[in-house]
Write a protein that binds this ligand. Structure first.
Ligand SMILES: *[C@@H]1O[C@H](CO)[C@@H](O)[C@H](O)[C@H]1NC(C)=O
Ligand SMILES: *[C@@H]1O[C@H](CO)[C@@H](O)[C@H](O)[C@H]1NC(C)=O
Ligand SMILES: *[C@@H]1O[C@H](CO)[C@@H](O)[C@H](O)[C@H]1NC(C)=O
Ligand SMILES: *[C@@H]1O[C@H](CO)[C@@H](O)[C@H](O)[C@H]1NC(C)=O
Ligand SMILES: *[C@@H]1O[C@H](CO)[C@@H](O)[C@H](O)[C@H]1NC(C)=O
Ligand SMILES: *[C@@H]1O[C@H](CO)[C@@H](O)[C@H](O)[C@H]1NC(C)=O
Ligand SMILES: *[C@@H]1O[C@H](CO)[C@@H](O)[C@H](O)[C@H]1NC(C)=O
Ligand SMILES: *[C@@H]1O[C@H](CO)[C@@H](O)[C@H](O)[C@H]1NC(C)=O
Ligand SMILES: *[C@@H]1O[C@H](CO)[C@@H](O)[C@H](O)[C@H]1NC(C)=O
Length: 409
């Protein structure tokens, strides 16, 4: 009966492409469902739909590591959970024979990974609250790794990830309708990055995020990445970073971000070089952000010792900031700040400033353009700017100043 229903609805979606329908088994003892799922997927093989049935919770008590998939779809109507017990998860993360680097690893081509959508009953549960409450950062699991070509990742609801959510590699990747809820009432949700993207030809759209790290972080070798229609709360902004290689052609647009540490953000890693070009942040409303527009070339990870030759830096070219409105914040840190000075401390910082453009020199930051920037202080006055390395450069749309942002004329 159940199979019949699935097959009827599957007809519309996929029987056209002649996919076999396979219902994923649940362990009768209430234990780990991963071994049964792995077996079922391998028996169904390529050209299949894998159904995770509604009204229950599949227990992924061990990681799911799948590769060589071709023309398959994962359809989640149910909840999926990893163990709630922190020690149990840590023991697995420590064991490289069972944990490949992410709890769910999906590799192959022509793959649909589809959840039940906003308002649907399926959630991916990782019980991050158990970790956040004690500030536990030891042996944390990464959630998803997708690598391949022609991947569609959609309608997923993610609740309380322990840390990093999506790691995306490969090409031709479409992610849409994603909900990431990492709000914490008890401790900071450290490193709950939404999407870490090194893939090319990527479109990500309709993303609702409340988290404690980057909404997205795109870095080389990624090429041709568009992110649009985002609503974010908290977070460390819409980020591009680089430490090696070349990449570019990134567009971030139609973004509302509130109460964040950063808004439109670039971080070149201290003592490293890379080439990054054609990056645009446009149509953004950034409200109550500590550093609404932030560009630095000396980023260091809070957990790492500060080393690196400051004369070596990223080469950034054709960066555009367009139609960005909003306000800076009275507070220049968030709960991720556990060192003194705070890891996010920025030269010249002040709640009265909204643009930080800290460039090695004009050679490292070519063809920067600012247009339609209307950023205010918390008190409603025009916000200021901190600018290094670009003194006297013309054609940027604003002048490089330490003080009020001056539109170029
Ligand atoms: C699935 O998880 C959500 C979010 O925690 C919860 O509200 C819902 O009751 C769960 N459903 C089942 C069948 O356990
Ligand atoms: C399944 O498809 C993938 C991707 O096309 C391919 O690499 C793999 O060999 C196929 N597996 C089988 C058993 O045919
Ligand atoms: C978590 O798992 C560990 C190791 O299996 C066990 O010793 C501990 O009692 C468990 N904690 C809870 C709260 O169940
Ligand atoms: C996991 O490894 C870390 C060191 O990286 C260690 O501190 C921790 O106790 C280990 N936990 C388990 C459950 O194996
Ligand atoms: C994950 O799968 C890949 C590809 O089959 C394999 O090479 C790797 O050893 C697996 N890792 C773990 C930890 O199972
Ligand atoms: C860029 O990526 C998008 C989204 O995958 C794709 O539709 C488009 O064809 C790509 N453009 C180029 C020039 O490859
Ligand atoms: C601004 O955002 C911070 C979090 O970064 C929050 O604590 C504070 O309440 C917000 N202020 C206002 C006025 O909303
Ligand atoms: C950046 O581009 C220049 C000029 O094409 C090249 O010489 C250099 O190797 C590139 N650097 C990196 C890190 O790819
Ligand atoms: C702004 O101040 C910094 C030091 O805080 C200085 O290095 C930089 O040259 C100044 N920029 C301008 C445009 O005066």
């Amino acid at each position: 009966m159940r199979l019949l229903t699935l097959c009827i609805s599957a007809t519309l979606l996929s029987c056209v492409s002649a996919k076999k329908s396979c219902v994923m088994p649940k362990s009768k003892s209430g234990g780990d469902d991963t071994p049964g799922i792995v077996k079922a997927i391998s028996q169904c093989g390529n050209d299949s739909s894998f159904w995770f049935s509604a009204h229950q919770t599949y227990n992924l008590y061990t990681p799911l590591n799948l590769s060589n998939l071709g023309n398959v779809e994962f359809l989640f109507e149910s909840n999926i959970t990893i163990p709630k017990n922190v020690t149990e998860v840590q023991a697995i993360v420590n064991d490289t024979s069972v944990y490949p680097g992410h709890w769910i690893t999906i590799k192959g081509s022509n793959i649909v990974f589809k959840g039940s959508g906003r308002g649907g009953e399926g959630w991916f549960l990782a019980h991050g609250e158990e970790w956040w409450a004690t500030g536990n950062q030891i042996a944390r699991p990464h959630w998803f790794s997708f690598n391949g070509n022609d991947l569609q990742i959609m309608n997923l609801n993610i609740l309380n990830p322990v840390a990093w959510v999506f790691s995306i590699g490969g090409t031709n990747i479409h992610m849409k309708n994603l909900v990431l809820d990492a709000r914490s009432t008890n401790g900071f949700p450290f490193n709950t990055d939404g999407v870490d993207c090194s893939a090319s030809n990527v479109l990500i759209e309709n993303f609702d995020v409340a988290n404690g790290d980057d909404v997205i972080n795109v870095s080389p070798p990624a090429q041709n990445v568009t992110l649009r229609n985002v609503r974010a709360q908290g977070s460390h902004g819409i980020s591009v970073s680089c430490s090696a290689g070349s990449g570019g052609n990134y567009l971030f647009e139609n973004i509302e971000i509130s109460d964040s540490l950063f808004g439109a953000r670039f971080k070149g890693v201290l003592g490293t070089t890379c080439n990054i070009s054609d990056v645009t942040w446009k149509n953004m409303v950034i409200k109550n952000s500590s550093y609404p527009i932030h560009f630095i070339e000396n980023y260091v990870d809070q957990e790492q010792p500060v080393t690196g030759d400051p004369s070596v830096a990223a080469y950034a070219k054709d960066f555009t900031y367009e139609n960005i409105v909003g306000t800076s914040s009275n507070v220049l840190e968030d709960g991720s700040c556990i060192s003194d000075p705070c890891w996010s401390f920025t030269t010249g910082q002040s709640p009265e400033k909204a643009i930080y453009l800290l460039c090695n020199n004009a050679e490292h930051c070519k063809d920067f353009h600012f247009k339609g920037i209307d950023l205010k202080t918390p008190g409603g006055k025009p916000a200021g700017e901190e600018c290094i390395g670009l003194n006297g450069v013309t054609g940027m749309g604003i002048t490089c100043t330490n003080g009020t942002i001056i539109p170029e004329r």
